[in-house]
Design a protein around this ligand. Sequence first.
Ligand code: C2E
Ligand code: MG
Ligand code: MG
Ligand code: MG
Length: 284
Amino acid sequence: AAKREGKSRAKRFDPVLADDMADRYDLEQGLRDAIKGDQFRLVFQPIIDARTGACTAFEALLRWNHPVRGAVSPATFIPVAEQSGQIERIGRWVLEEACRAATGWPDPSIAVTVNISVSHVLVGSLLDDVEHALAVSGLPPSRLKIEITETMFLHDADRSAPLFDRLRQMGVGILLDDFGTGFSSLSFLGNLPIDVIKIDQSFVRDAGRNGYATIEAILSIARALGLQVTAEGVETPEQNRNLVERGVGSVQGYLFSRPIPAAGVTDWLRMTGRVPDRPFDPAA
Ligand code: C2E
Ligand code: MG
Ligand code: MG
Ligand code: MG
């Protein structure tokens, strides 16, 4: 009897599930107006050369200020954008805005990295979207890098690999984000059209517990394959020291800076002096 009761209950109106669905629908609708309502902003987090301490790039991270809910995390709204067919349009906005912002930075050697969703790549317009963003902003291709995740290569690798090859021929770098959290067979890694792997912050967080063994293993593979390595989520001087000692090429995390609003980037560079070796001329 209890079983039958459970079964019939599942068919009845479930207020929790309905709440979730209403929530999702609400976010989905909200996203439709976010661009024209001027509700999106990019913030920029520095990526630091471990050897020199200079900032070599900023990662563009999307922020949504919902008119009623206030700040909504990208971890919440990006999946909704992907599943409701809106990520292509949003990704185009991010690419253009990020390239524009980078043209205004005081040092012309600092690159910008942009996170791109698998679903954006799969719809097929990414190459056009990148070319358009570079053309309208005037940013040289060598200053743009695309961050993708391992899951990219689970879907349709035959179609996506030539696309990333083409971007690299143009001079646009490809970074493999959140490395280690996906399926990644290591034999596979050698054939990917990428330049840099970003070790996921969970490995950095847990490294102390295993004496940095996992990080060392990733570094030796990367070295063998000629890939550069960036570590994400560096929060303490001790983590930084351990990573740099072991040969991580770049570091990123709250230790250096939280993501910065676009208008604050130039001041941050000036205040920290973390500029590449050329003479820093704020008037340039
Ligand atoms: P991600 O690309 O791996 O970005 C790193 C995330 O870690 C960012 O969260 C960043 O603010 C945070 N973070 C940076 N340093 C530290 C640290 O030291 N400690 C900790 N605990 N966290 C740190 P955010 O900005 O909330 O973004 C979350 C994810 O949302 C990103 O992960 C990325 O996958 C996605 N995302 C953000 N912006 C975009 C976008 O424009 N397009 C797409 N497709 N995805 C985006
Ligand atoms: Mg990223
Ligand atoms: Mg990441
Ligand atoms: Mg992530």
